[in-house]
Design a protein around this ligand. Structure first.
Ligand SMILES: Cc1cc2nc3c(=O)[nH]c(=O)nc-3n(C[C@H](O)[C@H](O)[C@H](O)COP(=O)(O)OP(=O)(O)OC[C@H]3O[C@@H](n4cnc5c(N)ncnc54)[C@H](O)[C@@H]3O)c2cc1C
Length: 314
């Protein structure tokens, strides 16, 4: 099995663990036999090529073209905000195969090798200097037709199914638990040093913990329904909304509570016992980075729209 030195959390948002269920649902027997074992072993990593410079929330307006030429498609266009493209082997991509029909009906879903001639991956950096995304350019890239997932022009169905699975994965229960444990540690550290904390701090932590318990219970309920084969509708959107908002609210309180403990240790005059926990210096960076959670995977406004339409029938 391939072994790559990548910090595990860096992988969490990648497409590499998202495309498997779509291949199980929509792939040919050959695609399943070729790709699923490699994905399971992490020998083959995918990134997600959905967003384009002028197609984010309005994804169906995407313009990257795939023109048929014999047994191949010829791809031209570009994808943006592609997390992990610098590490991935392949990209799963939404492309326009028909511009004579309603937007959603002219899209196909392709699986592409990023090493194909004509693919260029350019870095995009976040506020803290981290290479968080990429822009991927395609210039006359040949992709065999047999690497299409699902029928031609029917890629929107595959795309929506994958987005549902992605949103189920980003309810962020585990991450919220980790932040909650830091909140409790921060509180204990401040109390141990007799620091005067806002009187409502403990009650705020308790309220966040209750929200987390509700999120976890609901996630488990929906996952077991999905496992039993039930049709899942707007539930992933609800989980994504609640999970990402909870991360941001917990971050906000952690940022307030950690206060001076977030300062880097000054060791210029020799060693001394550390007074800050090693995670504290990442609190500010995490707080800003996690603002992206209510955008990535479909913004909160879009999740509200889905719920309004599917649940309330508006
Ligand atoms: C950290 C991160 C990682 C990402 N990784 C990937 C990736 O790997 N692959 C990929 O393909 N994409 C990725 N994205 C892109 C992401 O999917 C888009 O940013 C997202 O869909 C929003 O699109 P946009 O940025 O074009 O914003 P826009 O669509 O331009 O939206 C701008 C604002 O308008 C609001 N808005 C838009 N339409 C409506 C509407 N109909 N109703 C109400 N409000 C609306 C939005 O909510 C938002 O606040 C990533 C984004 C982030 C932040």
């Amino acid at each position: 099995m391939a072994c790559r030195e990548v910090h595990a959390p860096a992988l969490s948002g990648f497409g590499f663990n998202m495309v498997g269920p779509a291949i199980i649902k929509f792939g040919t027997a050959r695609q399943q036999a070729d790709l699923l074992p490699k994905i399971r072993n992490a020998d083959l990593w995918f990134c997600q090529g959905y967003s384009e410079p002028e197609a984010g929330s309005d994804l169906a307006s995407l313009r990257t073209r795939a023109d048929r030429d014999g047994d191949d498609y010829i791809i031209n266009g570009s994808k943006i905000w592609t997390s992990g493209a610098e590490l991935a082997d392949w990209i799963f991509c939404l492309v326009r195969t028909n511009d004579q029909v309603q937007q959603q009906r002219g899209i196909s879903f392709l699986l592409m090798d990023l090493a194909s001639p004509g693919v260029t991956v350019e870095p995009l950096y976040a506020f803290n200097g981290k290479r968080l995304w990429n822009q991927v350019f395609f210039e006359n890239v040949r992709v065999p037709v047999q690497q299409r997932l699902g029928e031609e022009d029917q890629g929107w169905t595959v795309a929506k199914s994958l987005l549902g699975d992605e949103r189920l994965m980003v309810s962020r229960v585990a991450e919220n638990k980790r932040i909650l444990s830091l909140l409790k540690e921060a509180l204990a550290l401040q109390q141990a040093q007799d620091i005067q904390l806002p009187p409502e701090a403990e009650a705020e932590i308790a309220a966040l913990e209750i929200r987390l318990m509700a999120l976890e219970t609901t996630s488990l309920r929906i996952l077991s329904q999905a496992d039993a084969g039930a049709q899942i509708g707007a539930e992933p959107s609800m989980l994504k909304l609640k999970g990402s908002e909870l991360v941001q609210d917990q971050d906000e309180l952690l940022f307030r509570l950690i206060d001076y403990l977030a300062l880097p240790q000054d060791t210029s005059r020799g060693d001394h016992p550390a007074v800050t926990p090693p995670w504290a210096e990442y609190v500010a960076s995490g707080r800003y980075h996690h603002r992206s959670y209510t955008i990535a995977g479909g913004s909160s406004e879009i999740q509200h729209n889905i719920i309004a339409k599917q649940v309330l029938g508006l």
